[in-house]
Design a protein around this ligand. Structure first.
Ligand code: HEC
Ligand code: HEC
Ligand code: HEC
Ligand code: HEC
Ligand code: HEC
Ligand code: HEC
Ligand code: HEC
Ligand code: HEC
Length: 496
């Protein structure tokens, strides 16, 4: 999927003005009114929510009705006949897509389409997907993974979505018209409210749990505490919602990742303000390249970045022109600009120092040596190259995918319990007392002794100062240092 469609969409959206409201005095609203009338009876819940939405403002010139979003043309794959009007068949679609919204909201859609959110359905090649499909089973993938990531919607012979593939409001859903994502992933239908999308619970449908506990981290952070204590002062229903102007009590997920500041507009590209990726086994800082065909991609720190104006002939560039480059520093600068609405620069600098230090600790002390040792184990024939058929592969997977992510996520958003107890504590415990013993076991099973395991440890772990204690025990020296520091603080004999 992807690029061809993106190109098409972006040329469609390019140049169109923001939220152009149809002038109802010039439009025939009779069809839409008939939908409302009959559905008020048929599905009062839907009509009730629509009535309270901005799409149904009382000003008759400013009504967006059912037909504005659900209309379809006869012959389109997703169009089916639904009722008659003035003797003529009316064709509609069940699922209005971002492409439908784009006719009135071109900017939001142009930002959302190239984002990681829109691409979140493209997980078929991932290790997680092998786990879901093979080790779990397809039913769990449909009602699990795809309800967060989005799956491809398949249509039946009538043009209606099949029950296996819809309902689905996954963030990167593949729509029959080629557009990506679902706007109701965040804007619950049919209220389509900004106020609701600004609440942390909106993001918490997906951003929670053992492998990405952003919601739990936020809840335990000072920001989450302040939000709950002062939610009545958050002014969530304000039309514009500028941090430090319309509210000061606390930031929500949207504040930091999407909403406006005095110097920045809102963005529906949630990756714009982040500098690291904390998801893979080893974290990297990412620069972003935006192309004039509406697509964008990340380039890891250290790899060459094309220049603005250049033709990008890399596989991801596909010959499009580079429109904008955001280095990881630029992206971080955008996030810091949010913080400055409520904090001074020392607080913000200090936060990033503590955060970067945890990511580097995780990367350098644990992730890099384990990843290198895992390669050696495969190369030397102690484990197979297939994923998940050796116990040690599960252990490493949980170290980076669960515990290591939790540490990184905790540190990025001020959740100390996740940084340590659910994070680095478990990474360390499982490295020393699960992963290393399992490695020795794998080697012993083949060789009858542990020599090769020791060699692998000495090669990848020994050079790292943080592992000294493992090879040499906790030295007298370091116990003495700790005792001296303790006694200086708490008096002689205080360290038992
Ligand atoms: C005379 C009554 C009537 C009118 C007018 C009407 N509908 Fe419906 N609509 C229904 C009924 C009954 C159902 C549920 C039965 C079904 O699934 O066909 C339904 C179902 C739907 C569905 C869901 C289909 C599904 O398979 O779940 C959508 C979407 C829909 N209507 C939209 C519209 C739109 C948009 C209009 C205006 C163009 C409209 N309706 C006009 C009666 C009506
Ligand atoms: C602003 C655009 C918009 C308007 C206006 C709108 N809808 Fe929808 N409707 C959607 C979207 C988006 C979906 C969800 C598709 C998805 O992402 O799964 C949807 C889904 C539906 C569904 C199927 C889901 C369900 O809960 O059964 C029905 C039925 C429906 N709409 C009826 C209506 C009716 C009736 C009206 C008018 C009162 C209306 N819609 C107005 C955008 C709109
Ligand atoms: C026919 C034009 C039109 C279509 C189609 C349309 N909208 Fe809107 N939308 C508007 C207008 C106009 C407003 C109100 C803007 C204002 O108040 O300034 C609005 C407002 C919104 C808001 C802000 C609501 C709030 O509480 O602040 C959201 C969110 C939104 N639309 C989402 C959508 C989504 C999602 C779709 C597609 C499923 C969609 N719209 C389709 C015209 C449209
Ligand atoms: C509760 C919602 C949810 C479920 C269920 C879920 N995921 Fe995720 N997944 C997420 C979120 C949110 C992220 C992004 C986390 C982050 O950025 O820290 C993610 C990240 C990923 C990534 C990393 C993407 C990248 O760009 O690095 C892959 C791959 C993935 N998930 C695959 C799966 C598979 C396969 C399943 C089912 C076996 C699954 N997920 C189940 C919400 C979910
Ligand atoms: C990840 C969650 C998320 C998704 C997905 C999402 N939105 Fe939004 N949207 C928000 C948030 C949060 C706001 C409020 C921003 C702010 O603070 O003003 C918003 C605001 C809006 C507004 C109001 C803008 C204004 O200036 O008043 C429109 C229109 C809108 N979204 C349209 C869309 C459309 C169309 C889609 C699908 C392509 C979409 N959104 C998908 C979270 C989302
Ligand atoms: C005070 C601002 C702030 C708030 C509030 C906040 N975040 Fe973040 N978030 C950050 C920062 C800072 C980072 C790390 C940025 C970087 O990499 O430079 C981050 C990173 C992330 C990432 C990237 C993780 C990865 O695996 O790469 C996700 C996803 C995320 N946040 C989601 C959320 C969600 C969901 C919420 C609400 C439950 C939330 N954030 C609340 C500031 C915030
Ligand atoms: C329906 C599920 C869902 C919802 C709701 C959702 N997200 Fe996500 N989000 C994901 C998934 C899945 C990913 C991982 C995408 C990937 O990399 O493939 C993700 C990734 C992200 C990222 C990382 C982007 C990047 O470029 O690396 C951020 C930041 C983020 N989400 C913030 C938010 C915020 C803020 C909200 C609420 C306003 C939110 N998300 C709502 C599922 C969701
Ligand atoms: C809308 C205002 C607002 C924004 C925006 C905001 N914060 Fe905060 N922040 C607060 C408030 C209020 C507190 C609680 C004050 C306290 O610690 O007593 C707080 C506390 C903190 C703390 C102290 C945590 C603790 O446990 O003591 C840190 C660190 C912090 N913020 C960093 C950031 C960073 C970094 C950003 C930007 C990514 C940011 N904040 C954005 C309002 C905000």
């Amino acid at each position: 999927m992807g690029s061809a469609v993106l190109g098409l969409l972006s040329s469609m959206y390019a140049g169109s003005a923001a939220a152009a409201m149809p002038d109802k005095t010039k439009l025939d609203t009779a069809i839409g009114q008939a939908c409302v009338k009959c559905h008020a009876d048929e599905s009062p819940g839907i009509v009730g929510e629509w009535k309270k939405s901005r799409h149904n403002m009382n000003d008759k010139k400013r009504v967006v009705d059912c037909y504005d979003c659900h209309k379809a043309k006869e012959g389109e794959k997703w169009a089916y006949k639904h009722e008659k009007h003035d003797g003529k068949d009316i064709f509609i679609t069940t699922i209005p897509t971002p492409k439908n919204c784009a006719s009135c909201h071109p900017d939001e859609v142009a930002q959302q389409q190239p984002s990681h959110h829109a691409k979140a359905g493209q997980i078929l090649g991932s290790l997680d997907n092998i786990m879901g499909e093979v080790i779990g089973g397809p039913a769990a993938v449909n009602a699990g993974c795809r309800q967060c990531h989005g799956g491809d919607v398949v249509l039946d012979h009538r043009g209606k979505p099949t029950p296996e593939t819809w309902p689905n409001t996954g963030i990167g859903r593949g729509n029959p018209d080629g557009s990506l994502g679902s706007c109701s992933a965040c804007h619950g239908r049919h209220r389509f409210s900004s106020a609701q999308a600004r609440t942390p619970d909106t993001c918490g449908k997906c951003h929670l749990g053992p492998d990405h506990p952003q919601m739990e981290v936020y809840n335990e952070s000072k920001h989450g505490i302040m939000y709950r204590a002062h939610v009545d002062e958050m002014n969530l229903k304000s039309k514009k919602w500028v941090a430090g102007v319309d509210y000061t009590a606390a930031p929500t997920c949207a504040t930091c990742h999407m909403s406006a500041t005095r110097k920045q507009k809102t963005t529906h590209d949630v990756g714009e303000r982040i500098s690291w990726t904390l998801r893979p086994p080893i974290s990297q800082k990412l620069n972003m390249v935006r192309l004039d065909n509406g697509s964008e991609y990340d380039v890891p720190e250290g790899s060459p970045i094309p220049k603005v104006g250049e033709v990008d002939s890399s596989p991801k560039g596909k010959g499009a022109k580079v429109k904008e480059v955001l280095t990881w520093e630029d992206r971080r600068g955008k996030m810091k600009n949010v913080c400055y609405a409520c904090h001074g620069s020392d607080q913000v600098k200090g936060h990033y120092k503590q955060f970067d230090d945890v990511v580097n600790l995780y990367n350098d002390k644990f992730a890099k040596p384990i990843a290198a040792a895992m390669k050696d184990l495969v190369a030397q024939g102690y484990i197979t190259a297939a994923p998940f058929d050796d116990k040690i592969e599960w252990t490493w997977w949980e170290i980076w995918h669960h515990e290591g992510r939790r540490a990184r996520h905790g540190a990025s958003m001020m959740g100390p319990d996740y940084t340590w107890w659910h994070g680095i504590y478990e990474v360390a415990q499982h490295t020393y007392f699960k992963w290393i013993p399992e490695m020795k076991e794998a080697v012993r099973k083949k060789d009858g002794d542990e020599k090769a395991a020791q060699a692998i440890l000495e090669k990848h772990f020994k050079p790292i100062a943080g592992h000294d204690w493992y090879f040499n025990g906790i030295s007298k020296d370091s116990i003495e240092k700790t005792r001296a520091a303790f006694e200086e603080r708490y008096g002689k004999g205080s360290l038992k």
